[in-house]
Design a protein around this ligand. Sequence first.
Ligand code: GLA
Length: 727
Amino acid sequence: MAIICKDNVITLKTKNSVYQMKEDRGFLFHTYYGPNVGDTDMSYLWRTIDRGFSGNPEGIDDRGFSLDTQLLEYPGYGTGDYRDYCLRVVYPDGSQVTNLKYVDHEILEGKYALEGLPAMYQGDEKAETLKITLRDIHRHVEVLLYYGVFENLDIITRACKVINQGEESVHLRRAYSMCLDFHQKDMDFIQFYGRHAMERVMERSPLHHGIQGVGSRRGYSSHQYNPFVMLAKHDTTEDSGWCWGSCFVYSGNFQAEAEVSQANNTRLTMGIHDTQFDFLLEPGESFTAPEVMLSFSSEGMGKLSRNYHKAIRRNICRGKFKNARRPILINNWEATYFGFDTDKLLEIAREAKNVGIEMLVMDDGWFGKRDDDNSGLGDWVVNEKKLPGGLKRLVDGVNEIGLKFGIWFEPEMVSEDSDLYREHPDWALKVPGHSLTRGRNQLVLDFSREDVRQYIFDKMSEILESANIEYVKWDANRHMTDVWSAMLPAERQGEVFHRYILGLYDFLEKITQKFPDVLFEGCSGGGGRFDAGMMYYHPQIWCSDDTDAIERLRIQYGTSFAYPVSTVGSHVSVCPNHQTGRSVSMKTRGVVAMSGTFGYELDITKMSEEDKNVVREQVEEFKKYYDLIQQGDYYRLSDDGTKSNYVAWQFVSEDQKESLVNVVVLRTKANPPFQFVYLRGLKAESLYHVEGTELNLTGAALMNGGYLLPVVSDDYEAVQIHLVECE
Ligand code: GLA
């Protein structure tokens, strides 16, 4: 049993962690989340003292007892806990006080699901659900707290549902997904910030009194802050120490905050951002707050990452391509931008076939009037000037060459210069009569509207049915502004942001079900919607529009904290690189791109024979290492290059018999000091053969003595070390 209930204490147990809560005098307190302590009642750590200005709830005759200083599972607003809260409801009389009391709980077999929202599913794992009911006794607002316990994955999920059981309508102004309280404050807050073309840069800073946090009000999870955060003890490293992760399974606005209070305890909260959030609940209506995946590791951040990798790969990603081998693709974006036609694409396909590439992806520009990014979005009709004879002729041609065919869409957007917009100007998000804000000269379609979604769905289906299309790149190239929907009354305009995301999920569910054999790759100007919510529909996401291998080291390093390599869209592009102007060797570009779904994004028809031979070798190599890279355990062996002179990472097969170490040395140096890289995850006693050398070394030697890197003669040289256990 992963959920144990003894007296008033409920303990959730995973392989390496314990999460505990306790009901006392009607309140639901949090008592512990950390290493295994069995089912000891951790409330022995409680102490009450009479703190000035921390009030006491009515009915409790103890001036030391205040919600302001206790650890709580799901704090409501307005009853004496002045810290960050999870729930704020506005009632018809204008009052905002919610007094949540424990009612009962249930333990259920298997993992709960959330209607209309992505969430971890049970799959082949063992999972149990705890469902707790809290209720405001005066207002009849009920909160159902859901906990999913994945014992073997060391993951505990949380989500909740707020139901209006009263007779009058209420407004939800905040309904977070979870709160996690700690007794201590001696931890660091770790988050992943960024910008377009430089996403998910790790930043670690000590907690301080007050609130520290990240979030998005951009409508999507965003390039700027990722909806994954961690707390770690100050001395926690990759391989040792305690850390906690909180990963939001949601793709819209979010907020993640850590607050250190007057009593030096810490509160971590996560949920939908409450800016412009106002959900009207009529009697009987409910609101579901999306899922958060929590994990704890006492063996450092590397272990925490591997927990998430496994969980996302196995219990978030779905469909045929969760396990099926994905094709090595060539995308024409950086090769041609908007300037292509059927002949050019067929030429690329022919050359690609010669080197073993398996799929051609036609990017932006094949539809409507689209010779640059100022027009055409929304008109999903093939541009016969570029593709004479239509899509089928092109796709058949590509198939005859022996390649699969993939296509680009940007379903959620519309250009003002498009037939769709001229016909339906009210389909875009905007406030009538107001000036509006353009992004990439385009507007966002109102995906909270069923009719809008249905129209786009039909158009997209027509295209996908018109030829043998086996892959879709789903893009979204601006953030939201002017958020107002023509379909909703004034009192429901605070729901648009979330209804949009629900609409998007609904669309994605239907389209992936209708086309189960199509591989969907997510994208939002690169990694602007790189989150576990999207991974439920898209098993891979274009990681960044920055294809410079050296910049990618940092991006892919940050990305690896929560997300598995199988989700990371990564390609080799041309040099000088289009984003940075930097040139690095084909080898380095290949090594970096292989730590992802792998492909090419260049004009192969312009490549030298020598480079094409390198591509041929890389394609073979990637095929050889495919399972190891996609399914293996991932170890970071360095930082992101900020302090260290190399960036290194390693894949280890689950049975620990094979490993691939990847190193990019950043700077060549005169009279160079020796550089060692210390491997991880090997069997200490086993002997490993270092491919391409005479060396047979034990795992213990490679992990403790390290591997001596060759002396490099140029900046950014890459080294790959393949190890196989000796028979
Ligand atoms: C976004 C994507 C690119 C490319 C362009 C096309 O920026 O991230 O890869 O598809 O759109 O307009």
